[in-house]
Design a protein around this ligand. Structure first.
Ligand code: AMP
Length: 284
């Protein structure tokens, strides 16, 4: 595995790949790698000749009172995990490399970016789409791999690719979970053992609702009420939202059909967790 920290050196390296017609797969991460990220690497490994993993804690997507400073960072471990999993090129730019002095131009995520996560984290998706657009321009990947875990991010990246005409294919990788159901997340390291036990209510509620839907319940109001009942029964969990929405604009639906998203965000202690299922698709 080769590692680059400057845009110019990475571009020079990738030019060689392209010259020989090799396809490039991009896995964009904020580092602190876990098995969820590595499943994206596996998917990329399967369908691209050259797998590039970026590990960059993007300051633009953190609000002023969010956890940018304490976000977990472990570059040495990341390097080992990436190399062992078959990453060809690791890209670890500094914030100064990505956003030079006076950097001010941003991608605007629009209305869909102001819903759900965007409602609680204003500007978050402008920051996400700006860094993803930069990575697409720097790397020009044939395929980009994103996790369903961050479903609103997936929807917005898909919209950006379409609306801003990026020549990139998007592959969405299912959510990787702990054996007990907890969706893997770098932020899980913030949870105390008690909080971690409480956090299981999110996946438990999603599982219960998916099971009811499979048994024939399609009334979104009923399914939502069931979710809330399970979540409110867990004292350590403060629900931010439970939504049943369509996958284009994230607008609420009244009938839950296959492809509809059930998404939840909640505070467990001071940690904000998100999780979701897509009805009709496999989930753990
Ligand atoms: P992050 O480092 O949190 O920005 O995540 C980088 C990529 O990994 C994003 O596309 C995430 O959706 C994806 N990802 C994070 N957690 C998981 C998970 N549990 N399963 C699958 N993909 C994930």
């Amino acid at each position: 595995m080769e590692e680059f920290s400057t845009i110019a050196s990475l571009r020079a390296r990738l030019a060689k790949e392209r010259a020989t017609g090799r396809t490039i797969g991009l896995v964009a991460t904020m580092g602190s790698l876990h098995a969820g990220h590595l499943s994206l690497v596996d998917a990329a490994r399967q369908s691209s000749d050259c797998v590039i993993l970026s590990a960059f804690v993007n300051p633009l997507q953190f609000g002023p009172h969010e956890d940018f400073a304490r976000y977990p960072r472990d570059p040495v471990r990341d390097r080992d995990l990436a190399a062992a999993r078959g990453v060809d090129v690791l890209f670890t730019p500094s914030a100064a490399e990505m956003y030079g002095a006076g950097s001010d131009v941003r991608v605007v995520a629009g209305e869909v970016g102001s819903r759900l996560e965007g409602a609680v984290r204003p500007g978050h998706f402008d920051g996400v789409l700006t860094v993803v657009a930069k990575l697409f321009n720097i790397i020009a990947p044939d395929i980009a791999f994103f996790g369903q875990k961050d479903i609103q991010q997936v929807i917005l990246v898909r919209r950006m690719i379409r609306e801003l005409d990026f020549a990139v294919r998007l592959t969405v990788v299912p959510i990787q979970r702990e054996p007990d159901g907890l969706a893997l997340s770098s932020r899980n390291t913030y949870l105390s053992p008690t909080e971690r036990a409480s956090a299981l209510a999110l996946s438990r509620a999603l599982r219960a609702v998916a099971a009811e839907w499979r048994d024939g319940e399609t009334d979104a109001g009923v399914l939502r009420a069931r979710m809330e009942e399970i979540l409110h029964a867990e004292p350590g969990v403060v629900v931010d939202y439970v939504v049943i929405v369509e996958p284009e604009r994230l607008a609420p639906v009244t009938r839950a059909v296959a492809g509809i998203i059930v998404a939840v965000a909640a505070l467990v202690g001071r940690t904000r967790l998100i999780d979701n299922v897509i009805l009709g698709e496999a989930y753990a």
